[in-house]
Design a protein around this ligand. Structure first.
Ligand SMILES: Cc1cc2nc3c(=O)[nH]c(=O)nc-3n(C[C@H](O)[C@H](O)[C@H](O)COP(=O)(O)O)c2cc1C
Length: 315
C-alpha cells in the first residue's frame, strides 16, 4: 500500500505519501498541526520572500514559527537574487526546518513582477544556482514548479533541478497562466517522472482517495492544497480509502470542532490572525444545512474569543 509507505527526502523521512501544500494565508503552524493530526505526512510554511527573511519583521517571524510536533517541515521561499540566496543559506534559523523548498510556481503578479515565483521558470539555470547554494550550505533542498511560465519547459526545468542536486521535485501540473478552472495535466507529471531519477510529488486537483490512487501510479507522492482548505480531514479519509475503499462525509459537528481546534492551536502558538481565521472558518463551515448562517455570523465577530463562544453555543 504505497500511500502509507515512508519516503526519504535526502535524510528526511516522511511517514507517508500525503503532502500538505504550502499555501499563503492558510498553512500557518496551527493549520499544519491540524492537518498532521489527520495524517498529512509532510507540510510547508507558506511561501516567504528570502528578502523578507533577511530583513525579518514580526509578520515574517510569525509565518516562520514552528514547534517540535510540526515535523517534518519545509520552509518554502522564493526570490529573484542569487546573491540574496547566498546570504539566506547561511542563516542559523534554517536549522529549524527539515528542508528548504524553492517556489518556482507562484503566478501572482506581485511575485512575478519581482521576477520570482513562476517567473524563475524562464531561467532554469538560475533555479539550479539557487539549489546549488542551498545544497553547498548543507540544506536538504527541494523545488516546486509549474509546467512553464508562458511556454511549457517543464522537462528542461526538471532536468536542471536534478542536475543541481535537489532532493525532490514537486510538479503542479499547470502552466503559470492557467487558473484552477483548467484541469491539471497529469500526463506531464508522468512524463517528468519517467525522465528523471529523483522523487517526484504530483500536485493539482487531488480531492479524493481515488485521485491519489491514480496519482501514485505515476509519481511518488501527492501534494494537496484546495482539498485540504475545504477539509483538513482529507488526509485521514484518503488513508481510510486505501484501507476500506470508502471515505466518510465530514459532518457539521466534526467541522465545527476542527475549527475550534484550529483556533485553540492558533492561540496556543500565538499565531492569531483574524483575516485568516475568518477565511478558514468560511471554508470549514460548508457542506451542511445551516452552514451559510454560521458563516454570516462568523463574519460579524471581532475576535477569536467571541468566535470561540459562538462555536461553543452551537449544538
Ligand atoms: C490559497 C492558496 C494559497 C497558495 N499559496 C501557495 C504558496 O504559498 N506556495 C505554493 O507553492 N503554492 C501555493 N498555492 C498553490 C498550491 O500549493 C497548489 O500548487 C495548487 O493550489 C494546486 O493544488 P490543488 O489542486 O490541490 O489546489 C496556493 C494555493 C491556494 C489555493
Amino acid at each position: 500500500m504505497k500511500v502509507a509507505q515512508s519516503l526519504k527526502i535526502g535524510n528526511v523521512v516522511v511517514k507517508n505519501r500525503l503532502f500538505l501544500s504550502p499555501m499563503v494565508d492558510v498553512t500557518d503552524l496551527a493549520y499544519r498541526l491540524l492537518c498532521r493530526k489527520q495524517g498529512a505526512g509532510m507540510a510547508y510554511t507558506e511561501m516567504i520572500y528570502v528578502d523578507a527573511i533577511l530583513h525579518e519583521n514580526a509578520r515574517t517571524k510569525s509565518l516562520m514559527k514552528t514547534c517540535k510536533k510540526d515535523s517534518p517541515l519545509g520552509l518554502q521561499v522564493t526570490g529573484n537574487s542569487v546573491r540574496e540566496f547566498q546570504k539566506f543559506a547561511k542563516l542559523d534559523e534554517l536549522h529549524n526546518y527539515d528542508l528548504v523548498d524553492i517556489n518556482c510556481g507562484c503566478p501572482s503578479i506581485r511575485i512575478t513582477g519581482n521576477q520570482a515565483g513562476s517567473y524563475l521558470l524562464r531561467n532554469p539555470g538560475k533555479i539550479g544556482e539557487m539549489i546549488r547554494i542551498l545544497k553547498d550550505a548543507g540544506h536538504t533542498t527541494t523545488a516546486k514548479i509549474r509546467l512553464g511560465y508562458k511556454k511549457n519547459n517543464a522537462l528542461a526545468v526538471a532536468k536542471e533541478v536534478e542536475r543541481a542536486g535537489a532532493d525532490l521535485l514537486t510538479v503542479h501540473a499547470r502552466m503559470a497562466n492557467q487558473g484552477s478552472s483548467v484541469a491539471a495535466d497529469w500526463k506531464w507529471i508522468a512524463k517528468i517522472k519517467k525522465e528523471i531519477g529523483m522523487s517526484v510529488i504530483g500536485n493539482g486537483d487531488v480531492f479524493s482517495g481515488k485521485d491519489v490512487e491514480k496519482a501514485l501510479d505515476v509519481c511518488d507522492g501527492v501534494m494537496i492544497a484546495r482539498g485540504a482548505i475545504r477539509n483538513p480531514f482529507i488526509f485521514r479519509e484518503i488513508l481510510r480509502y486505501f484501507k476500506t475503499g470508502k471515505e466518510k462525509e465530514i459532518g457539521r459537528m466534526e467541522r465545527i470542532s476542527a475549527f475550534k481546534e484550529y483556533l485553540n492551536l492558533a492561540k496556543k502558538h500565538d499565531v492569531i490572525d483574524m483575516g485568516r481565521i475568518k477565511y478558514l472558518g468560511s471554508a470549514f463551515m460548508k457542506g451542511f444545512p445551516g452552514a451559510g448562517k454560521i458563516r454570516a455570523e462568523l463574519m460579524q465577530k471581532r475576535d477569536d474569543g467571541r468566535i470561540n463562544e459562538f462555536l461553543s453555543s452551537l449544538k
